[in-house]
Design a protein around this ligand. Sequence first.
Ligand code: ZN
Ligand code: ZN
Length: 182
Amino acid sequence: MNALEMPAFRCGKCLAGPYRSREQANDCCTCTECGIEKDARSSFCKPCWQKRDAAREAKAFAAATKIPLAEYGHSHVYAEGHGDEGYLDVDSIDDEWADGVGRPEYVWGCSDQDTPTFDLRDEIANRLSDEYHERVVESVLDGGDEVERAQALITQAMQRGHGFMEDQSVAVLLSGIDEVAP
Ligand SMILES: [Zn+2]
Ligand SMILES: [Zn+2]
């Protein structure tokens, strides 16, 4: 076969490459949104990411149900950088921004997750069925009532696995709270 030569380009700044086109190489360290210099591993420069994040957040806030803190029913809210990985006890909101500095106008709500489930029969069957004959699997599962009894205990334990997640369909309004220092 006759080999054809293919053009290759490198980024003039970080020397990453090869890129198939001059445009791709030029875009390597240039923000495609605003044209200023950016990190090669990121699509946009930092200010552009911040602008995008802010726009996404504003859109989510506009669409969210807005509830004053006093009428909010859940035990936790979500505020990035606060509480336990963002999850903040409603009762500690005032302590978190005790001097009022940086206190946001709203935080995101939380909603409950479904109780986790675990099907022991399924797990045992999956685990054994590759290696053992069907009749062996059956005798393990149905030979006695151990699996059922164990399942009952597991289900009981799962009831405690009651979690909650950030829910951006609810914005909890913090402004206008009496406790905020003047
Ligand atoms: Zn580059
Ligand atoms: Zn940019």
